[in-house]
Write a protein that binds this ligand. Structure first.
Ligand SMILES: Nc1nc2c(ncn2[C@@H]2O[C@H](COP(=O)(O)OP(=O)(O)OP(=O)(O)O)[C@@H](O)[C@H]2O)c(=O)[nH]1
Ligand SMILES: [Mg+2]
Length: 282
């Protein structure tokens, strides 16, 4: 048997989390068209007959801002390169090679690990950008072009990784797909709905905490969550006119949690202002 850890590394928005979900076959990481969606290392497990791959999803490397959250996200991503077996550099051929990609080349060049280049989004690529990534093939052990969105060639990636992994015992039990607990997972689903619904700056001004999950006698799952944001004006944008915004966010989060848990859910959400919430991201 083969087994080991494979880090998905790349700039924001290239589709690392979408790829993780596609590979695992179930949603373990939230995704959005906005950069800096992922904030933590998230593990997703692929079980095959030849072995087990534990993927580590990471926040996107971001070089255009220098705030504390960005520093934390870049650091969290780089920490996910320690003690792993393979690094997968995910790139997006709908855009030219960016300063983040250059930073990533310089980071991974120093690593004594097998390196795989994944050129994602081949369902929508720009030929000239694709060619510029293809020209980098010599720097990597393997190059795979695929689409995380429609699933094209993702099996080829799994085969290539199994080849490169060391022999080893499974790291996760059969049927286990992630390291996340429900508190974290439900908070992430709520944060995803906020990312999808709110304009440019608001998603970066907030975090979500789940404080309580209780199974009630009627079998309903009661979930108490706090949306914590920096300022009153953001709170106003989240809550929306007559509370319509928060209601819609609550409904879509509840629906998804209901589908995932196969039970009815009562989602009790509060929006509070605490300008110090980013201090945990240091
Ligand atoms: N067309 C197309 N879109 C994709 C593909 N993979 C991801 N996307 C889209 O790209 C956007 C970003 O996807 P994410 O998976 O959130 O990207 P990420 O790299 O995890 O981003 P961060 O967490 O911010 O670093 C989303 O709108 C996805 O739907 C793909 O193969 N094809
Ligand atoms: Mg992500």
């Amino acid at each position: 048997m083969k087994s080991g850890f494979v880090t998905l590394f790349g700039r924001s928005n290239v589709g690392k989390s979408t790829l993780l979900n596609r590979l695992v076959g179930t949603k373990v990481a939230i995704t959005s068209p906005k950069p800096q969606t992922t904030r933590h290392q998230i593990q997703g497990v692929v079980h095959t007959e030849e072995g087990q791959i534990v993927f580590v999803d990471t926040p996107g490397i971001f070089t255009t801002s220098k705030d504390n959250l960005t520093k934390y996200l870049n650091k969290t991503a780089q920490n996910a390169l320690k003690d792993v077996d393979i690094v997968v550099h995910v790139v997006d051929p709908t855009r030219p090679i960016g300063p983040e990609d250059k930073k990533i080349f310089s980071i991974i060049r120093e690593l004594k690990l097998p390196k795989v280049l994944v050129i994602n989004k081949i369902d929508v690529y720009q030929p000239r950008y694709l060619a510029s990534f293809e020209a980098l093939a010599d720097e990597y052990d393997t190059v795979v072009q695929l689409s995380a969105k429609d699933g094209q060639h993702t099996k080829a990636l799994v085969h290539a990784l199994i080849e490169l992994l060391p022999e080893g015992e499974p790291l996760y039990e059969h049927g286990q797909f992630t390291n996340l607990d429900n508190e974290f997972w439900f908070a992430e689903l709520i944060r995803e709905k906020l990312f999808l619904r709110l304009g440019e700056e608001v998603p970066y001004s907030l975090t979500v905490k789940v404080d309580e999950i209780t199974r009630r006698p009627d079998n309903t799952l009661y979930i108490k969550a706090r949306i914590i944001t920096n300022a009153d004006r953001y709170k106003g944008m989240i809550v929306g006119k007559g509370g319509r915004g928060i209601k819609e966010i609550g409904q879509s989060a509840r629906r998804e949690i209901e589908n995932a848990t196969d039970s009815s859910v009562y989602l009790d959400m509060q929006v509070i202002v605490n300008e110090h919430w980013t201090e945990e991201y240091k």
